[in-house]
Ligand binder design. Structure first.
Ligand SMILES: [Zn+2]
Length: 293
């Protein structure tokens, strides 16, 4: 083998050493850079075995937390589903029952009131004028003024009131808690004693006790309200044999009232019809409510 010339060998050795120095310098530079990174972050990069252990631990924590949360949620749902509902269900049922009871009571009250029908005959209406004063005032007009006021007040009290004509077709077999025919006495100046009112029932009533109580109530209350005296000795056969008494249902208590004399009691009958009506209403209510006359 032929040996290389010494000069060349020396040059090759220089190049080799230079390469070694460059490699060493590069290695020192990398080491310096590495040490600078460590200084900046303050922590050396975790060793490989540690980095592998951290993620499983955090995941376990998260999984445990999630499982706990799910368990708590499930328990809450079960607790809510199975919680006793009886108090609130009972309260609802009770409220519904109360409402139904109130409605039923109200309906019964309305029905009971509906059952109480009262008939008021407006004397002579639809047939003739009845008594007539010299100036043309008619009994029929007075009677109608009184009958309509009586009906109005009784309706306000919750009763069903029929205002009937003197020979009203509805009188045949008429059924009601009570029937009252309203009339007034003559306008002729008979004498100075021709003042006062009268009440009578049918002579042959099928419900005499009821009819008597109706008469007693009307007599007491009407007299008290109007101040008129009871004109007993002029109760005529026309009153006790009054035609309507024979037409209505026999179980309907009925009476007829002569509110006063159109001459001497005219100031009351014509001038204060509301007092006349109020006296009649109070007598009817006394009877309807079972009060002592
Ligand atoms: Zn009359």
């Amino acid at each position: 083998m032929k040996r290389a010339p010494t000069r060349k060998r020396a040059k090759d050795q220089r190049v080799q050493r230079s390469n070694i120095r460059r490699t060493q310098a590069a290695g020192k530079s990398r080491a310096r850079a590495q040490s600078r990174r460590v200084a900046i972050t303050g922590a050396a990069p975790a060793p490989a075995h540690e980095t592998a252990a951290i993620f499983p631990r955090a995941a376990r924590r998260r999984l445990i937390g999630l499982a706990l949360a799910m368990a708590l949620t499930g328990a809450a749902i079960i607790a809510l589903r199975d919680a006793p509902r009886w108090p609130s269900a009972d309260a609802q049922a009770q409220a519904a029952a109360d409402a139904a009871w109130r409605e039923a009571t109200r309906s019964a009250a309305v029905a009971a009131q509906d059952a109480v029908r009262i008939g008021i005959v407006s004397g002579h209406r639809g047939h003739d004028s009845g008594a007539v004063c010299d100036d043309g005032l008619t009994e029929a007009a007075l009677n109608f003024a009184h009958a309509t006021r009586v009906a109005e007040v009784l309706r306000a009290e919750g009763y069903i009131v029929d205002v009937l004509d003197e020979f009203d077709p509805r009188l045949r077999g008429y059924r009601a808690r009570a029937l009252l025919s309203i009339h007034a006495d003559s306008c002729a100046r008979i004498n100075d004693f021709a003042t006062g009112f009268k009440v009578a029932r049918a002579a042959h009533s099928r419900v005499p006790d009821e009819a008597d109580r109706l008469v007693a109530c009307l007599t007491a209350r009407y007299g008290a309200r109007t101040g008129l005296r009871f004109h007993a000795n002029t109760v005529t056969r026309d009153m006790t044999q009054y035609h309507a008494f024979d037409e209505i249902a026999p179980e309907t208590p009925a009476a007829i009232i002569e509110t006063g004399f159109m001459d001497l009691d005219r100031q009351l009958l014509e001038g204060r019809p509301q007092v006349v009506a109020q006296g009649i209403v109070e007598g009817m209510l006394c009877f309807l409510r079972g009060e002592t006359p």
